[in-house]
Design a binder for this molecule. Structure first.
Ligand code: BDR
Ligand code: CA
Length: 313
């Protein structure tokens, strides 16, 4: 089977970068058409720069990186420097990139790449607030019907929120965009905190990563170690969640995940629960079950996969 074409929409902190590097390290299964950046963990210039830095470290600079939205659709940007540091990549000094962004606006690049390929071919891997995807859907009404699938890290069901008691960061930053994407009509898989909070960067897993022995492994060992300081204090766990690499892992090894088709709404009005993903697990509303929500992950299988793929770079 030819590799599955994907576009990766991202706001690089380290877990985002691990995600797109895992995809790039899997050319038999995944063809990365482009990386598109958006404001999220840190402002857009930094997420874009971090994407270029990670690609340079991996010597994969042929992958085009398009910058997209500086801000959510209608709300001011909320960032997460308290988790990832001022740069989004605190914990290890990577050199400034020598490569440039590709010319063009990320939502336009998404439209062009999807519409120029046959129906049902391209999968969108979404690791960030969904602003770029919502803008692309608004500009090209045929986009959703042209996609093979959208796989996104975001939202929460019974795990509660990580930015408010009700909401997960990617959805909370741009709830209107998330609501639009979840209703777009394309097949959607959502990997929420319920899964990612089971997938922790324990000392054993980080040591295994470091033992790969490459400059890339050394850098991500330190970057993920920096990240887990905040998460361990917050959650009282040993290790922090490695959120975004669940998306390529799902495409590479779907059997590591379990979930079911359900209806999902996003709360866009209430101050108290803004950005909450309201998951109709028991089908009490009778609304169509259009989103596959994953609830369980085989965490060890996931880390074995991630480390195996990073070792190829
Ligand atoms: C999400 O928020 C970001 O900080 C992570 O990269 C991930 O995409 C988890 O809530
Ligand atoms: Ca992210």
């Amino acid at each position: 089977m030819p590799p599955r074409p994907v576009i990766i929409d991202t706001d690089p902190s380290p877990d985002d970068a691990v995600a797109f590097l895992v995809a790039l390290a899997s050319p038999e299964e995944l063809e990365v058409l482009a990386i598109t950046t958006v404001a999220g963990n840190v402002p857009l210039p930094l997420t874009s720069q971090n994407a270029l830095k990670a690609l340079e470290l991996a010597r994969r600079t042929e992958t085009p990186v398009y910058a997209g939205a500086h801000a959510p659709l209608i709300r001011p940007l909320i960032t997460a420097e308290h988790v990832h540091g001022r740069t989004g990549f605190d914990g290890y000094d990577l050199p400034d990139p020598t490569t440039q962004l590709a010319r063009g606006f990320a939502p336009d690049a998404i439209i062009e790449l999807v519409m120029s390929r046959p129906q049902g071919e391209v999968t969108l891997c979404c690791l960030a607030p969904l602003t770029n995807i919502a803008l692309a859907l608004a500009k090209e009404p045929k986009l959703a019907s042209r996609l093979r699938e959208i796989v996104l890290m975001g939202g929460s069901f019974s795990e509660g929120g990580n930015v408010t008691p009700a909401a997960e960061f990617n959805i909370y930053v741009d709830p209107e965009a998330a609501a639009r994407v979840l209703k777009c009509g394309a097949p959607i898989t959502m990997i929420p905190l319920d899964c990612t909070h089971q997938a922790l960067t324990t000392p054993e897993r980080l040591d295994k990563l470091r033992h790969i022995g490459t400059p890339l492994a050394e850098a991500f060992y330190h970057l993920l170690k920096f990240n887990k300081i905040f998460d361990e204090q917050k959650y009282g766990t040993v290790g922090g969640p490695l959120h975004d690499a669940t998306v390529p892992a799902y495409l590479l090894r779907p059997e590591l995940f379990s979930g079911r088709m359900v209806h999902v709404d996003v709360e866009c009005a209430s101050d108290l629960t803004l950005g909450m993903t309201v998951v109709d697990w028991w089908s009490v509303t009778g609304k169509p079950a259009t989103v596959k929500v994953c609830r369980e992950i085989n965490a060890q299988g996931y880390f074995d996969l991630v480390i195996d793929r990073l070792a190829r770079l």
